[in-house]
Write a protein that binds this ligand. Structure first.
Ligand code: ADP
Length: 447
């Protein structure tokens, strides 16, 4: 096992990884920008190294600075968390070249799944059903028009290098398609340095259902069930739950098996997530996330598995050590992502936290690096806390979540807690009939 792990991230996920390492008897090294000198992950880690100024390109994305920090601190492995360098194959290569272990998948898998066109081809070859679309990249508006005619409108233009909801443009009609192509391509070129785009049929009322998979270096793999992440705003997840209210036991077992078989066929190692759209009883592969996900706690709450610990163990060369039958699902879990934002306009609201009182009690978990007096810097993502609640069933989980949201005090700034309170009282959420487009209408007070 590793003796010392460097955590190349910040905020709640840095803390989450620190906690898993401590429980495994591993020492931790935090890295931080000058804006994060007071951050909780820095305070709790055994050691910390300042890696640069606030701008992420100078700090959390600064590969050389992070590798230097690993060298001077004598770490044996690097955990990238999510975002930043987590899915950067070049970084994973560099980590290995410098003699450290990258706690994640192989660079080849990062590279494969980072290219959405190649990922879709590999997924289809591994037996996953995919969203109908173009065969590879579309290179001209004429080609795109012909393909879209065949698929039927609406269609969505996606950037091969896209991510985080960026580089996607919808075309409802053929008149809109040339413009959508241009926009998606130029957005992708500016954002990711690669303007390659492809087409997909745009599903009108799908749910976003993803399967958490886990595989070791010896060909063993299993799944830890699904998560329903259909509540999204601007293609960003806002609430996640497990199990999905849309699936029955049969469909759950079926998609879990399909995902596990695909992971084995791909020769994948580490934890990962296979994302599907689900509509009218059918699943369509969208992409595979080759990292720890923000929403992994809902899976932990219903399985009792520590996903981060599993990820570290596997990176250290341990075998999975259990089979699918060992994974038992218990009750229901829901996660609310709480952002430092105005709950109506979503304008970021960084600043100093006044009073701070996180909720507690049976089945309530808060993953957050906040504390009273902490000053949220304006440079980073606005997610400041994840409230995760577990109940014996969905109804108990919902009642507990409402209670926990009412208890949560985060003074001094604006947060999206009121949005979550409103959501948890909405009939469509309560009866579980929402699809991926519903939250946008709910936010616009259109439902
Ligand atoms: P990213 O990598 O940027 O997150 P994804 O391909 O995962 O992009 O898509 C993000 C979200 O966009 C999905 O969760 C879903 O809400 C929506 N989406 C993507 N593809 C389609 C599609 N073909 N039809 C309908 N919605 C889609």
């Amino acid at each position: 096992m590793f003796e010392k792990v460097l955590i190349a991230n910040r905020g709640e996920i840095a803390l989450r990884i620190h906690r898993a390492c401590k429980e495994m008897g591993i020492r931790t090294v935090a890295v931080h920008s000058t804006a994060d000198a007071d951050a909780m992950h820095v305070r709790l880690a055994d050691e910390s190294v300042c890696i640069g100024p606030p701008r992420v390109t100078d700090s959390y994305l600064n590969k050389a600075a992070i590798l230097s920090a690993a060298t001077i601190s004598g770490a044996d492995a690097i955990h990238p968390g999510y975002g930043f360098l987590a899915e950067n194959a070049d970084f994973a290569d560099m980590v290995e070249e410098h003699g450290f272990t990258f706690i994640g998948p192989s660079p080849q898998h990062l590279r494969l799944m980072g290219d959405k066109i190649k990922a879709k081809e590999a997924a289809a070859a591994a037996g996953l059903p995919v969203v109908p679309g173009s065969d590879g990249a579309v290179t001209s508006a004429d080609d795109a028009l012909a393909i879209a005619e065949r698929l039927g409108y609406p269609v969505i233009v996606k950037a091969s290098a896209g991510g985080g909801g960026r580089g996607m443009k919808l075309a409802m009609t053929k008149e809109e398609l040339p413009g959508a192509l241009k926009l998606a391509s130029s957005e992708a070129l500016a954002g990711f340095g690669n303007g390659e785009v492809y087409l997909e049929k745009y599903l009108l009322k799908p749910r976003h259902i993803e399967v958490q998979v886990i595989a070791d270096s010896y060909g063993n793999a299993c799944h830890l069930g699904e998560r329903d992440c259909s509540l999204q705003r601007r293609h960003q997840k806002v609430v996640e739950e497990a199990p999905s209210p849309a699936l029955n036991a049969e469909l759950r077992a079926q998609i879990g098996k399909v995902a596990t078989d695909a992971v084995k066929a791909l020769g994948y190692r580490s934890v990962g997530t296979i994302e599907f759209l689900y509509e009218d009883g059918k699943f369509y592969f969208m992409e595979m996330n080759t990292r720890l996900q923000v929403e992994h706690p809902v899976t932990e709450m219903i399985t009792g598995f520590d996903v981060v610990r599993q990820m570290v163990r596997i990176a250290a060369g341990a075998p999975l050590g259990y089979q699918q039958e060992a994974v038992q699902f218990r009750g229901h879990a829901i996660e609310c992502r709480i952002n430092a934002e105005n709950p109506e306009t979503f304008t970021p609201s960084p600043g100093r936290i006044g009073d701070y009182h996180p909720p507690g009690g049976l089945g309530v978990r808060v993953d957050s690096a906040l504390y009273a007096g902490y000053k949220i810097p304006p440079y980073y993502d606005s997610m400041i806390a994840k409230l995760i609640v577990h109940g014996a069933n969905r109804n108990e989980c919902l009642m507990r979540l409402r209670r926990a949201l009412d208890e949560y005090v985060i003074g001094g700034i604006e947060t999206t807690i009121p949005l979550h309170q409103r959501l948890m009282a909405a009939p469509e959420f309560i009866n579980g009939t929402y699809d991926i487009h519903w939250l946008e209408r709910f936010v616009a007070k259109d439902v």
